[in-house]
Design a protein around this ligand. Structure first.
Ligand SMILES: Nc1ncnc2c1ncn2[C@@H]1O[C@H](COP(=O)(O)OP(=O)(O)OP(=O)(O)O)[C@@H](O)[C@H]1O
Length: 245
């Protein structure tokens, strides 16, 4: 369970998060959607203890990330791809993450297998495609068998087959009772997977609810996104005012 309440964050005197609040619940895939610069990464960085908020709370399993005793066993995350050094092999990278978090070495092979990198595990990460890097990031996120997964733009760089695979994996995690929170700036990417949507624009929550609730009254998911975020869609600029702020 992820609970975010009244989060505010300033950068360079500018409010980039303005009272952000939402929940991501167990058994559900929650998509955190918004155009570039809307505040998705800023929110996730605070949630994962990488940045401090100026106000509000962001909790995983009822606790701030920094007070978790065993973070990797509570929440697995992927921000900015795998974070692995180019000269390392995938297996060495995952083994290092496991070792530094007290996770048995046997898990390394299991997670590489799980993300389809069993054969490529001995290759250097510098030779990986973008999609392989995403899979590697996910392998590290899965290491501690966490309840929650928090993934920033996880389908970036994946081909259609990779996107399908990622959807299946995240669906499986939620169906097994886990919490999945993923960010995206592309509506189409999440259409087939999200149960719940949280839409952010200009640092404020523009809409949240089930997929049906958020898209009600809009001809399509894409129309809903453009209308709620005020982003310029194929038909021109939408209006953010109806977003129910
Ligand atoms: N290190 C930083 N210093 C100053 N401003 C920043 C910094 N990081 C982000 N911002 C600003 O904060 C705002 C929110 O950025 P954020 O990265 O959270 O958006 P996002 O929704 O994740 O977008 P994207 O899809 O492009 O990653 C933007 O206006 C961005 O320019």
């Amino acid at each position: 369970m992820i609970t975010i309440e009244q989060l505010t964050k300033r950068r360079g005197g500018r409010l980039v998060l303005d009272g952000v609040g939402f929940e991501a619940r167990p058994g559900r895939v929650t998509a955190f959607l918004g155009p570039n610069g809307a505040g998705k990464s800023s929110t996730l960085r605070v949630l994962l203890g990488l940045d401090r908020a100026d106000g509000g709370t962001a909790l995983v399993g009822g606790r701030p990330y920094r007070s978790l005793r065993d973070p990797l066993r509570t929440v697995g995350s992927m921000l900015d791809g795998s974070g692995a050094h180019r000269s390392r092999t995938a297996r060495a990278h995952v083994a290092w993450v496991a070792r530094s978090n007290g996770i048995p070495r046997g898990r390394v092979g299991e997670v590489l297998e799980r993300v389809g990198l069993a054969d490529a595990g001995r290759r250097r990460v510098g030779r990986y495609s973008l999609g392989m890097g995403q899979r590697l990031g996910l392998a590290a996120a899965l290491l501690g068998e966490p309840e929650a997964l928090v993934l920033d733009e996880p389908v970036n760089g994946l081909d259609p087959e990779g996107i399908r695979w990622m959807r299946g994996l995240l669906r499986g995690h939620a169906d097994a009772g886990g919490t999945v929170l993923l960010s995206s700036h592309l509506m189409g990417e999440v259409a087939g997977i999200a149960d719940d949507l949280v839409v952010i624009a200009g640092g404020r929550i523009a809409a949240r609810g089930t997929l049906d609730e958020v898209t009600a009254g809009h001809p399509s998911l894409e129309d809903a996104f453009f209308s709620l975020t005020g982003a310029a869609g194929p038909g021109g600029a939408g209006g953010a005012e109806e977003a129910g702020r």
